[in-house]
Write a protein that binds this ligand. Structure first.
Ligand code: G6P
Ligand code: MN
Length: 442
């Protein structure tokens, strides 16, 4: 098996350690020659890198080289895979996004509503620059992007790099939900064969099969409605916020029993309740800063201090394993089935061909081969068309630096609707994002 050279972009992330554990867990199936960390934040990167160095010495002796850098050439030259997980503006700007929206009585969320728009407009510029940088040094590398908001990022990258067929946007939410399905059904998550359609963070499972082809959908729905729904992946199982979110997904299924919803639909279908449950002084960003981020920082510091990771309980999380397994399938032409973002092109014939849709696809060495979904019913089509128009309008606004289009975009968003509010929120976001956004022309 040919060994791969991997660069992790945004290596200072709180997800990096879990990702490294996943690389170790998958080392026979996705053997690596070299791992390079790249981040623009030297300090954040260094902590993860020094801990990883120790971890790899103990658990990945097959690896020939591990290094970290803030130099693009050093990072991107001669690589096979680029995993991208950047967050422009960091968690500090995530908190701003959430709080500004809430101040206007609107859903304050990382990827949904005004917060998602703000974050999207920050991410686009860095992502375009990054893809150009990678392509300068490694024209054929696979770029696996899970930078958020994935829907807006995917739309922007698809316009900027329409011919780049080694660029794949993926999200771990469907698989995280499938872990809970697997637990309920008593089967392994990798034995679930899902049918799914939508946009990123805006979709539905229509069927759940096992590997033998048995249709488990109705049994699963009944079980969720009767006995509840909760997060099961290690990384989120004990998190109160995720527990509430999964519980709300059960309510969605009760209200709309046709298909099994992605958890993110809660923000669009129950916006008032989502606003009500928030404490504006302690939004999700703050919870992550005090929770996952602190946990990962402390963990890395302990590993560095002790010079060993042997005393730590380290977990492989689904986020990391999913990314690595997707990479395996691309690298070795395995043709395994993953839910990913692709250009529609008739997969869902009653949606625009240029929409970036999230659907199951076989991942091969010549790219994703999506399955045909077929026409979708009016309710879902209507919801998706509104959301898609909003996403495309955000990207139009970015490329045209049009203030008017920003206001239109938020007016299209189900979490906002009111044009008065849309304008007020846009004005606040412009001030908060001065360092990151292009200058929008009135
Ligand atoms: C899921 C989504 C990601 C999102 C993350 C937020 O994994 O797929 O797109 O960034 O949840 O989780 P957090 O714990 O940071 O709120
Ligand atoms: Mn996601």
């Amino acid at each position: 098996m040919r060994k791969q050279r991997l660069v992790v972009v945004g290596s200072g992330s709180t997800y990096t350690m879990g990702m490294m554990m996943s690389l170790i867990a998958e080392k026979d199936r996705f053997p690596l020659k070299e791992v390079v960390f790249y981040d623009t934040d030297e300090q954040r990167q260094e902590r993860n890198a020094k801990a990883t160095e120790i971890l790899f010495k103990e658990r990945y002796s097959e690896l020939e080289s591990f290094s970290y850098t803030t130099d693009k050439k050093e990072a991107f030259e001669n690589v096979d895979f680029v995993f991208v997980q950047i967050r422009t503006g960091g968690l500090a700007m995530r908190e701003q996004d959430e709080q500004i929206a809430l101040r206007h009585g609107v859903v304050g969320q990382e990827t949904c509503g005004p917060g998602g728009m703000a974050y999207g407009l920050r991410s686009i510029k860095d992502m375009i620059e990054l893809v150009n940088d990678v392509r300068r040094f490694s024209p054929n590398a696979w770029i696996l992007n899970y930078t958020n908001p994935a829907a807006i990022v995917a739309e922007a990258l698809n316009r900027e790099f329409p011919k780049d067929d080694r660029l794949l946007n993926i999200c771990d939410m469907p698989i995280a939900i499938m872990i809970s399905y697997a637990k309920i059904l008593g089967i392994d998550v990798w034995d679930i064969v899902p049918e799914y359609f939508g946009l990123n963070h805006f979709g539905w499972f229509t069927k759940i099969y096992d590997k033998e082809g048995n249709d488990l959908t109705e049994r699963l729905k009944e079980r969720i409605i009767d006995t509840g729904f909760s997060p099961e992946d290690e990384a989120i199982a004990n998190d109160i916020s995720w527990q509430k979110t999964f519980d709300q997904a059960r309510q969605m299924l009760i209200d709309f029993p046709e298909f099994l919803p992605n958890t993110y639909l809660q923000y669009y279908l129950y916006p008032e309740a989502m606003v009500e449950k928030e404490d504006p002084n302690h939004t999700r960003a703050r919870q992550v800063i005090e929770g996952r981020q602190k946990h990962v920082h402390d963990l890395c510091e302990r590993i560095i201090d002790k010079g060993t990771a042997r005393e730590e309980e380290l977990h492989v999380d689904v986020h990391g394993v999913f990314m690595v397994k997707a990479a395996e399938s691309l690298a070795y032409n395995l043709g395994e089935r993953f839910i990913v973002l692709v250009e529609n092109n008739g997969v869902i014939p009653n949606l625009p061909a240029n929409a970036m849709v999230e659907v199951p696809a076989l991942l091969t060495s010549s790219g994703p081969k999506p399955f045909s979904v077929g026409e979708i019913p009016t309710f879902y089509k209507g919801l998706i068309e509104g959301q898609l128009a909003y996403e495309q309008q955000v990207v139009d606004a970015y490329f045209e630096t049009s203030y008017q289009k920003l206001v239109q975009a938020l007016t299209l968003n189900r979490t906002v609707i009111s044009a008065t509010k849309a304008k007020e929120i846009v004005d606040d976001l412009i001030v908060a994002n001065e360092k990151y956004w292009p200058r929008f022309k009135k």
